[in-house]
Write a protein that binds this ligand. Structure first.
Ligand SMILES: Cc1cc2nc3c(=O)[nH]c(=O)nc-3n(C[C@H](O)[C@H](O)[C@H](O)COP(=O)(O)OP(=O)(O)OC[C@H]3O[C@@H](n4cnc5c(N)ncnc54)[C@H](O)[C@@H]3O)c2cc1C
Length: 385
């Protein structure tokens, strides 16, 4: 088969993982980023077993997690300090937490090593199902496959009428990296809940912890940057020592859900947040994108009929994505919408449910999914020095 080409729109995590995997599969790959520089806001990111297997397969694992903390336990605690959930990780069910910038740089470096053509200041303005991409400047491009990876607020997915709905939800969050101090826990994620407010402590790397604060989107004080320390200390007095360190460069985001009518049309497919953005309650949105991309490369590469292979890919992968998105939404609903007068009941319900097999399976289905095309043997051979 002659070498085939793929044009990718958007050099975020999804676009770059796709670039790496398709290049590895022998495709000629070009990726377009509208920004003049490749940059990533530098808080941390949860990488689960499924995401880590993807990184191992594309050869970006070592560099991505070189400085990451290995997480042993994820706890949710209520406003009285009661532990509502304890989710343990282990060697076959890993959770690593690198700085985002490390993951991003590892993907860029590996893409360059795989011969991917990365074009910055390249703003795509539309696509057509025959595999054409239009840009604000310069001639249009044609390829055997076009991947739309332009993020949750994708404009390009409208070219193929992709959006079914986009739900801004009622939650928003602030992310930042704070200085680590002696005595900080190094292997446990601690998520504190107080009504609809949340403070999530993440050990990240030597010298830095990652903090995520979330609150109802209409809470004006809670969205202030730098953060309103008095408000957050009132909500989480047990974390006053962390909040004191939170007057640093941070970022506020509204949490968003995206559902697409379909993931492809002709030779164009939508991937990453453009296809299935979800609130970050399970820390699995990017990991889910990675497993979908692994399956995409695996199913499209041997096929002579790309539109058909794309439809089969969606049939294969859609249910796991929908599930992770649904569970993440449910989690956010319980956190953000539970009646204030019934918080003790919430603690009892979450505590009881979190010990069930149903909860464990539902929460971890995406995290534990083995990506299509992953094989320990292939990873070992591909990365032999
Ligand atoms: C607070 C928070 C915490 C999170 N934590 C986790 C976590 O711990 N684990 C996890 O798995 N996920 C997490 N996520 C989700 C994860 O960040 C996203 O799923 C992931 O970053 C999406 O990557 P993407 O490449 O699809 O989109 P994006 O990162 O949005 O990238 C899109 C890229 O496309 C470019 N672009 C846009 N339009 C165009 C155009 N027209 N032409 C060319 N380029 C264009 C943009 O500039 C950008 O570089 C979190 C999300 C949030 C909000």
């Amino acid at each position: 088969m002659k070498q085939r080409s793929v044009e990718i729109i958007g050099a975020g995590l999804a676009g770059l993982v796709a670039a790496n995997r398709f290049a590895q599969k022998g495709w000629r790959v070009r990726i377009h980023e509208r920004n003049a520089e490749l940059r990533m806001f530098g808080a941390g990111i949860w990488l689960w077993e499924s995401g880590l297997k993807t990184l191992e397969t594309i050869g970006a694992y070592e560099a991505a997690v070189a400085r990451a903390r290995s997480i042993r336990e994820w706890q949710i605690r209520d406003h009285k300090g009661r532990v509502l959930m304890s989710r343990l990780a282990h060697a076959q069910d890993r959770l690593l937490l690198p700085p985002r910038a490390d993951l991003y740089q590892a993907l860029i470096d590996q893409a360059v090593a795989h011969g991917v053509d990365i074009v910055t200041s390249s703003l795509a303005t539309g696509v057509t199902p025959d595999g054409s991409v239009q840009f604000d400047k310069g001639p249009q491009a044609h390829a055997d496959l076009v991947l739309v990876a332009d993020g949750a607020y994708s404009r390009i997915r409208e070219s193929i009428l992709g959006t079914k709905w986009m739900d801004f939800g009622s939650e928003a969050g602030i992310r930042m990296l704070i200085d680590e101090e002696p005595g900080d826990v190094r292997d446990t994620l601690i998520e504190h809940w107080n009504g609809p407010w949340r403070l999530l402590f993440n050990p990240c790397t030597d010298g830095k912890n990652y903090i995520f604060l979330s609150a109802p989107v209409d809470d004006e004080r809670a969205r202030k940057l730098p953060i309103d320390a008095a408000l957050w200390t009132e909500k989480f007095p047990q974390a006053a020592d962390l909040i004191r360190r939170c007057q640093v460069d941070s970022r506020w985001d509204r949490l968003v859900n995206v559902k697409c009518r379909k993931w492809s049309e002709g030779k164009v497919a939508i991937i990453g947040d453009a296809a299935h953005a979800m609130p970050p309650n399970l820390g699995q949105a990017a990991n889910t994108a990675f497993i979908n991309i692994m399956a995409l490369a695996e199913m499209v590469s041997p096929s002579e009929d790309i539109p058909l292979a794309l439809r089969e890919w969606e049939r294969e992968q859609r249910s796991i994505s929908d599930h992770v998105q649904w569970f993440s939404y449910l989690y956010g609903y319980v956190l953000g919408k539970w009646p204030k007068s019934l918080l003790t009941l919430r603690s009892d319900v979450v505590s009881a449910l979190s010990k069930t097999e149903w909860f464990d399976e539902s929460m971890n289905r995406g995290a534990r999914h083995v990506p299509m095309g992953y094989s320990p043997e292939a990873v070992r051979i591909a990365h032999k020095p």
